[in-house]
Design a protein around this ligand. Structure first.
Ligand code: IVH
Length: 707
């Protein structure tokens, strides 16, 4: 492909991909498979690599992030970003309507919308191109977060249809529950403080410096307000403007309604107060807006908010109950989390009898005393929280809740890291819940994948003194574990009168599966072994990067702090945590035992083949293969001296075609007379020069992309 042809293809691909993004993220009706989508995206990535000067400003490749922002530029808003006045009951909504009716004699129509609980954002579009995203800030100026916002796939980078030359779109960046839950699970696993709610998580995410990380967090965005110079406004009503915005490609919620009177508004509010529990994201109320722009102009603004709109805030569901006691739980990294035990109380459809108290500072802020009557709330959030204490009902002689000074499990004196809120037990290798937590992490699917040991079985082995740390797993035999059992009591959260008794037992099949899975785990690649060790702050991705950069466990053990911080994504905090881990002789002893057991502690090396049969050849690989993955075929080509190229040209030596090779590629190869080899023909050609492909985790079922 020459430069002109590449330019045309880049433009075509950008349009096709963005349209698929729209179908998937806005219409939620994808028209191609994820696999085919990735094929298109990867073709574009390759072409952009060849000709960086041809990258379009609205290229969908920007959605994956990559650029780092050192400091967000402060930008003045062209139109100030106002907030809304709030109402908390229908009487206040009625007052709002009466005030309007005093000024406007003719009929007034209202639009009711969901009040998205996220972070407001202003998006600027010039000639149909997305150019800037700014946070609300203080309303007159905010932070330019354009690079991060581009990763949100429901935000159009180029508009469709007949749009004005210049305007701003206002909306809310939200974090769906699915993203929130998985991010928090990962944070807890890494020993980081989880986000309190999806709004905080969204706010924290759009201010991250690494846009790649933002892309991973899967934010979403809804638009609810169009701003442009008054003399340029082409619509008569708000509803029309949002309908047009939808046509141009914006994500506008379908859940809005035109209401002609207070009864309609009340119905909308009541409907969503109930239904909001079924939404995949949080809303904290309903926004009621005058529909007609001329009427809005007459009504005008107060200093802070428009007179033509009001927010109705849902009541967070609240209950009052007695604090019975406080438990202190010890996490896998030793972090102590205080948990309130409450007199069971009905709240938002479930019985609540526990609430997190987060940390010592939170208890202090509440000034919590024994037997206090507390308010428990369940807003949009998933975990109930204690929001207040009723001081009038406090018993005179009741004692203040004090935070423990020693670990409730092993008695070790607790410590607190500088600048952190959490207390933790430093007895990492001797404290039972930390030991069990670490073993549970070690066997988890993304680590050593010994899942047959899940669901309470680690506890049974630990209780029977069969394992003291994860290296002991490799001494287990069938005879050791066969026949073990334990009864555990699982409480039913929704019905406290019921307790489920569950038996964990090691029958013949289970015992065999466990021993087999332990044996199989010995071939798990180094990066996953490193992750499995459970070093604080070293997650799956970081472990991969460290393994690749350092090559072996011994190199990591001997690395200096400086060498560690040179690794991508490893900052001072992670590097210190790695140094601390290996400074402990007991960890070194465990690693030596694991080495003896035969675990992988070196990154697999690829041998350089002496027989460079593909030397000097440019090869295109396309489609799906049966004996190995596309990446493995490409690796083979490289190892045998060939060069992988993404698009077919006169210079292409041949194409290796699997199933589902793109019809365009086939046509092109045929027209240029380039040979197309089947998988078998290719393997026959390279004959005995194959090199065992690197075994990577979870390869089965994972789609490989055509780079
Ligand atoms: S309209 C002139 N509509 O609620 C005000 N706001 O306190 C324009 N919000 O800052 C805002 N959903 O962040 C509007 N459907 C919606 C909304 C919404 C959420 C947020 C927005 C605003 C705050 C108002």
């Amino acid at each position: 492909m020459n430069k002109e042809e590449t330019k045309a293809r880049i433009s075509e691909l950008s349009k096709i991909i963005e349209n698929h993004n729209y179908n998937y993220y806005v219409l939620t009706q994808p028209t191609i498979s994820d696999y085919d989508f990735d094929m298109l995206l990867n073709e574009l990535i390759e072409l952009e690599k060849l000709f960086p000067e041809l990258v379009l400003p609205d290229s969908p490749t920007q959605r994956v992030g990559g650029d780092l922002t050192k400091e967000f530029k402060t930008v003045k808003h062209r139109y100030p970003m106002l907030s809304l006045s709030n109402s908390y009951n229908i009487e206040e909504v009625k007052d709002f309507i009466s005030r309007i009716k005093k000024t406007i004699e003719e009929d007034v129509e209202f639009v009711c919308e969901l009040k998205f609980d996220g972070v407001s954002i202003s998006l600027t579009y010039e000639n149909g191109l997305f150019v800037k995203a700014v946070t609300r800030g203080d309303g007159t100026q905010g932070d330019d977060v354009t690079t991060n916002i581009k990763t949100i796939r429901s935000i159009p980078l180029r508009l469709k249809g007949n749009y004005p030359d210049f305007f701003e779109m206002r909306g809310e960046v939200i974090m769906p529950h699915s993203s929130f839950n998985s991010i928090n699970a990962e944070r807890e696993d890494l020993g980081l403080q989880p986000f309190a709610n999806p709004r905080n998580a969204a706010a924290g995410t759009i201010k991250l410096q690494d846009s790649k990380e933002v892309a991973k967090r899967k934010l979403d965005q809804y638009c609810y307000f169009m701003m442009m110079d008054d003399d340029k406004m082409i619509f008569n009503t708000h509803y029309e403007s949002l309908a047009a915005a939808k046509q141009w490609g914006f994500n506008v919620s379908n859940f809005m309604a035109i209401c002609k009177n207070v009864e309609d508004i009340e119905d909308f509010i009541n409907y969503w107060d109930e239904k909001r529990k079924e939404l995949p994201f949080d809303i904290d109320g309903i926004v009621i807006k005058v529909n007609d722009f001329k009427q809005r102009e007459i009504l005008g603004f107060t200093a802070k908010s428009p007179r033509w709109a009001i927010a109705y805030k849902f009541k967070a569901e609240e209950a009052h109950t007695k604090l019975l006691s406080v438990d202190f739980q010890v996490g896998r990294h030793g972090t102590i989390t205080p948990v309130a035990n409450l007199e069971p109380v009905q709240l938002a459809g479930t019985i609540v009898k526990r609430a997190t108290l987060h940390n010592a500072d939170f208890i202090e802020q509440l000034d919590l005393h024994h037997e206090d009557i507390v308010s428990v709330e369940k807003g949009g959030e998933i975990i109930p929280k204690i929001t207040a204490v009723d001081l009038k009902l406090r018993k005179e002689d009741s004692k203040k809740i004090t935070f423990i000074e020693h670990c409730p499990e092993c008695g070790t004196k607790l410590v607190k890291a500088e600048g952190e809120t959490a207390w933790y037990c430093p007895n990492t290798l001797g404290c039972p819940p930390q030991i069990k937590g670490r073993i549970e992490h070690f066997i988890s699917r993304k680590a050593m994948n010994i899942e047959s040991l899940g669901e309470g079985k680690v506890e049974v082995l630990f209780d029977n003194n069969l394992i003291k740390d994860y290296s002991d797993l490799y001494n287990l035999t069938y005879d050791n574990i066969y026949g073990l059992e334990k009864i555990i009591i699982v409480e039913d959260e929704t019905n406290l009168l019921q307790e489920n008794v569950r038996k964990v037992s090691f029958k013949e099949k289970t015992a065999n599966n466990i021993i087999e899975a332990i044996e199989k785990s010995k071939s798990v690649p180094f990066a996953r072994v490193l992750f499995a060790l459970g070093i604080k702050y070293v997650g799956e991705t970081t472990a991969k990067l460290i393994a690749k950069a350092m090559g072996s466990i011994d190199n990591i053990i001997n690395a200096s702090l400086e060498e560690l911080t040179e690794i991508e994504e490893v900052g001072g905090k992670i590097a210190m945590s790695i140094k601390d881990f290996f400074a402990d002789e007991r960890n070194i002893a465990i690693i030596n035992k694991l080495k003896e057991a035969g675990l992988q502690f070196e990154q697999e090396k690829k041998e350089v083949s002496e027989n460079q049969v593909l030397s000097g050849m440019s090869i295109v690989v396309s489609g799906v293969f049966s004996t190995m993955s596309r990446d493995e075929i490409k690796q083979l080509i490289e190892d045998l001296g060939g060069k992988n190229v993404s698009s077919i040209s006169k210079k292409t030596s041949f194409v290796v075609a699997g199933d589902k090779m793109g019809p365009e590629k086939r046509k092109k190869a045929e027209s240029l007379g380039i040979e197309i080899k089947t998988e078998e023909e290719f393997l026959a050609m390279i004959g005995n020069n194959t090199i065992e492909p690197e075994v990577t985790s979870g390869q089965q079922g994972v789609l490989e992309f055509d780079f």
